[in-house]
Design a binder for this molecule. Structure first.
Ligand code: F1P
Length: 337
């Protein structure tokens, strides 16, 4: 919980890397493709990076799980930038992939632990500024990775508006943290569940995946994140009476379609927990349970803010169930084999 509560500071501190990131970008020419490689939570930060780089800068971007990297290695060339996102900088699969990528391509590490192997072996490094993270489940390092990725994409795209909006993120995060009692109350109503679904569209899809991962990692409840538009291609079959469905629904382009997905699951008896804008009247009317977030948090910056209540939800459900959120079974902070 200490690390969850430090997230506004982690974002603020990582925003100081803007000039360093600009220098890296100035040095990188002839990049025609970007390829992210990562594991776990860092993979979800990478997915957000893909959405940002493709939609803002128009650069074709792939996201590859480090453990599956070898199948893509032959597609790399000197105009590919391979970005390794890793909290520890020591994850074995990422290191193996980095050695391969270094042979053909430019490589950049976005890493939290200073002096770690990835920071030594990658050609460029962005150091996230979250400070040491002890909790096995990544929280403040995730928002720091996202901050670095947002800065990188906004600078690549020369998007001054997004750069300005990023400065407001620490305050938005603190507002969420001040409303912790609402999340505690929510956790008491849902800790009975054996399965949870998380739905999000566009920028909110990686948030759904990361929210579900946090739940699995520390509470041992089965949580599955889906792109809301994929619902009717399979997962809808699993929506049953009483099943909790977290819907990440910030204001913006995706809102209308996500709302129709919300109604679809509700009509099948799901218990909807919506995370949306405080002034969203339609949402207040249609969802029985809404966690309210500042309406100024647009869809594009939502991943940096909306993940915080989902982390808190997992944390309090875990406490309710009597488990230790800092020592999840079967998990290591860093996977070195
Ligand atoms: C990747 C990761 C973490 C997760 C767990 C195991 O590590 O999947 O996201 O929390 O501790 O490893 P890293 O490459 O980001 O250090």
């Amino acid at each position: 919980i200490k690390e969850i509560n430090e997230q506004a500071t982690s974002v603020k501190n990582t925003l100081t890397q803007k000039d360093n990131i600009q220098k890296i970008i100035d040095d990188l020419d002839d990049i025609s493709r970007i390829c992210f490689v990562a594991c776990g939570t860092s993979y979800h930060a990478s997915l957000t990076g893909k959405y940002l780089l493709e939609s803002l800068a128009g650069i074709p971007t792939d996201v590859i799980l480090a453990s599956e990297f070898k199948y893509s290695a032959k597609t790399l060339d000197e105009n590919t930038l391979v970005i390794f996102i890793s909290q520890s900088g020591e994850t074995a699969d990422s290191l193996k992939a980095l050695d391969v990528a270094n042979e053909t391509s430019k490589t950049l590490g976005i890493v939290n632990v200073a002096g770690s192997s990835i920071t030594r072996r990658a050609q460029y490094v962005i150091q996230t500024q979250a400070g040491p993270e002890i909790g096995v489940a990544a929280t403040k390092t995730y928002v720091s990775q996202l901050t670095a990725v947002y800065l990188f994409a906004a600078l690549m795209a020369k998007d001054d508006r997004l750069l300005n909006d990023l400065d407001k993120v620490p305050d938005f995060i603190n507002e969420v943290l001040e409303d912790v009692e609402s999340i505690k109350a929510m956790s008491q109503r849902y800790n009975y569940a054996k399965d949870f679904f998380y739905l999000g569209r566009g920028y909110s899809y990686p948030t759904a995946l990361e929210g579900a991962l946090k739940l699995k990692e520390i509470s041992y409840i089965h949580g599955e994140g889906y792109a809301a538009g994929e619902l009717k291609h399979g997962p809808l079959a699993l929506i049953d009476e009483g099943i909790p469905v977290v819907v990440v629904i910030p204001p913006g382009d995706s809102h209308k379609k996500t709302m129709s997905n919300l109604e679809e699951v509700k009509s099948r008896g799901a218990r909807v927990l919506a995370f949306g804008a405080a002034d969203d009247e339609e949402l207040a009317e249609k969802a029985p349970e809404v966690f309210k977030i500042n309406p100024e948090v647009s869809e594009i910056i939502a991943p940096l803010v909306y993940i915080v209540p989902l982390q808190l939800l997992s944390y309090y459900i875990t406490i309710e169930k009597g488990f230790d959120p800092d020592k999840p079974r079967n998990l290591a902070k860093c996977v070195t084999v």
